[in-house]
Ligand binder design. Structure first.
Ligand code: HEC
Ligand SMILES: [Cu+2]
Length: 341
């Protein structure tokens, strides 16, 4: 009995020895992957926050190294050479205690001041910011551009260099809007509007993710931010403001009929048609998005067919139910939806 116990302990200890190596290795691998990390910021806000992170890391790493060096010094300098001897009994050392208390307080005061400064510099968007409304839904994102009259989903399009004043809220439970390279998270709380400054000079596509556990498909609630040139943004705005395309080919026309005769109209809006539902994403220009179902699937005809056939199989808990469509209806719907550029 005692032997097995001892062996188990020894085994655990052997593994514990490897743990730091595993964690450190995983951390290095994470850096190499260059994913959507707060350490590769592309926005003024993200850069300010990353600088603060490195600053605090430098201070705390300095403290760590100092403490470990002192510890090693004490271990070797004062180790018990004669186990029989009772060490010198002292009550304390006022000078030492006062100095390490004030040094710690001073260090924390510096960190507090730097954090305060960064928060003050990043919490309010510049005055010329363009407003965008961000609304979290289980399990997708709605984006409204009130000054442009555009409503879209899951993919934000922003011109490079243009500051955005995002007001973040939720239609159901608490979510959290997070695009790591653009800076901090912002809670999406029902009945409340939190303001977040978004901006980037670096064109490209950046990944985001809901960062607050919001139900079974929380991990499937993704988003993308496309930072594009001013000219490209103007083209996008024009296309988004145009009414929904009228299908011209027979299969797409048939798809239009299926859409308007099914439950789809109760949940989805397609501008310029009788479909005015507000439960799911606005589909007026769904064909212009690169993904569907909140970044889960590339927007291809095959994936669209898979989604329409059985949404909860792709996204557990999906608020779009399985509607029992026939393969013919699905093909017609796919033809119509990919028409809506
Ligand atoms: C009960 C409401 C409801 C009905 C009925 C419904 N949908 Fe949906 N639909 C949703 C919701 C909610 C989503 C968002 C799912 C998600 O990403 O979590 C969605 C997503 C979609 C998407 C993906 C959009 C995107 O940009 O990600 C398409 C396309 C779509 N629905 C088409 C249809 C069609 C076609 C019908 C009718 C056959 C239909 N829906 C019926 C609620 C509904
Ligand atoms: Cu969420």
């Amino acid at each position: 009995m005692a032997r097995t116990h001892g062996e188990a302990r020894g085994g655990a200890r052997r593994w514990a020895g490897w743990l730091p190596a595993l964690i450190f290795g995983g951390w290095l691998a994470g850096c190499a992957a260059q994913g959507p990390s707060i350490l590769t910021p592309v926005s003024p806000k993200g850069r300010a926050e990353a600088e603060l992170f490195w600053f605090i890391l430098a201070i705390t790493a300095g403290v760590f190294i100092l403490v470990e060096l002192l510890l090693l010094y004490v271990i070797f300098r004062f180790r018990a050479r004669d186990p029989q001897r009772i060490p010198l009994q002292i009550h304390g050392n006022n000078a030492l205690e006062i100095s390490w208390t004030t040094a710690t307080a001073a260090g924390l005061a510096v960190i507090f001041a730097m954090t305060w400064r960064t928060m003050a510099a990043t919490s309010t968007p510049p005055a010329d910011a363009m407003p965008i409304k961000v609304i979290g839904h289980q399990w997708w994102w709605e984006f409204q551009y009130p000054t442009l009259g555009i409503t879209t989903a899951n993919e934000l399009v922003i011109p490079a260099g243009q500051p955005i004043r995002a007001t973040v809220t939720s239609a159901d439970v608490i979510h959290s809007f997070w695009v790591p390279q653009l800076g901090g998270k912002m809670d999406a709380i029902p009945g409340r509007e939190n303001v977040l400054w978004l901006q980037s000079d670096v064109e490209g596509t950046y990944y985001g993710q809901c960062a607050e556990l919001c139900g079974v498909s929380h991990a499937n609630m993704r988003l993308r931010v496309h930072i594009v040139s001013e000219a490209e943004f103007q083209r996008w705005v024009e296309a988004q403001r145009a009414p929904a395309a009228q299908p011209t080919e027979p299969l797409a026309q048939q798809g239009y009929q299926v859409f308007m005769s099914k439950a789809c109209v109760g949940c989805h809006t397609i501008d310029g048609t009788p479909a005015q539902g507000k439960v799911g994403p606005n589909l007026t220009h769904v064909g212009s998005r690169t993904t569907i179902a909140a970044g889960l699937l590339e927007n291809t005809p095959e994936n669209m067919a898979r989604w329409l056939d059985n949404p909860p199989a792709i996204k557990p808990g999906s608020r779009m139910p399985r509607l029992g469509l026939t393969p013919e209806e699905i093909q017609a719907l796919v033809a119509y939806l990919s028409f809506l550029k």
